[in-house]
Write a protein that binds this ligand. Structure first.
Ligand code: AMP
Length: 193
């Protein structure tokens, strides 16, 4: 597992644990010699995770839509910055570049991005792991909701079981190394994004 995509808020949130966890994530990804793939901005937790990985000597690749270069302040010292046409291209590019996906705390954009990758894993579009870095229990209500979709017969339990959750980045990175993808819904590569 050489490169890890992080999805996270374009704001830093209200609890200092979110910034601390983003710093730990960026640093550990770099220290393990992995490449960080992220949204390419300076704002919020996105900037924190990128700065932390760069400060630890890591390689960081940003993928940002043209329209957000100014609004999310494209990061000036990334190893690589891909400026793409739109949000769809951003997510497709990040999906291609990364070997696994982690959501830190964030808003609707973060949720959309990790859910898209998780649904692509269910459809067999890729076989890569998805995870929630559950800083301060931020994702507890969402995990409850996901379990509810299983209990109510809308999600196969094997897909919920392979969605990794921990409040420690080291735990997630080590689980990524042992990850066994679930059997996709309809077979591998029969569906394109
Ligand atoms: P948020 O969690 O809402 O602060 O958003 C985090 C990141 O997700 C920001 O870089 C947003 O530009 C990005 N984002 C928001 N919506 C989308 C989307 N539909 N596709 C791709 N990225 C998005």
């Amino acid at each position: 597992m050489n490169s890890i995509a992080i999805f996270c808020g374009s704001k830093i949130g209200n609890d200092t644990i979110f910034v601390q966890t983003a710093q730990q994530a960026g640093r550990l990804i770099a220290e393990q010699g992995k490449t960080l793939v992220y949204g390419g901005g300076c704002s919020g937790l996105m900037g924190v995770v990128a700065d932390s990985a760069l400060d630890a000597g890591g390689k960081v690749i940003g993928v940002i839509p043209e329209a957000l270069v100014d609004r999310e302040l494209a990061h000036p010292r990334l190893t690589e910055l891909h400026v793409v046409q739109n949000m769809h291209e951003r997510k497709t590019k990040m999906s291609e570049l990364a070997d696994g996906f982690i959501a830190l705390p964030g808003g609707a954009g973060t949720l959309e991005e990790i859910f898209e990758q998780w649904t692509w894993a269910q459809l067999g579009i890729h076989l890569k792991p998805c995870a929630f870095l559950n800083a301060g229990g931020f994702y507890d209500p969402l995990i409850t909701m996901i379990n509810n979709t299983v209990q109510q017969g809308f999600t196969y339990s094997r897909f919920a079981d392979t969605l990794l959750v921990s409040d420690k980045i080291e735990t997630l990175l080590s689980k990524f190394e042992q990850y066994q993808p679930p059997q996709p819904k309809w077979g591998v590569k029969e569906v394109t994004p």
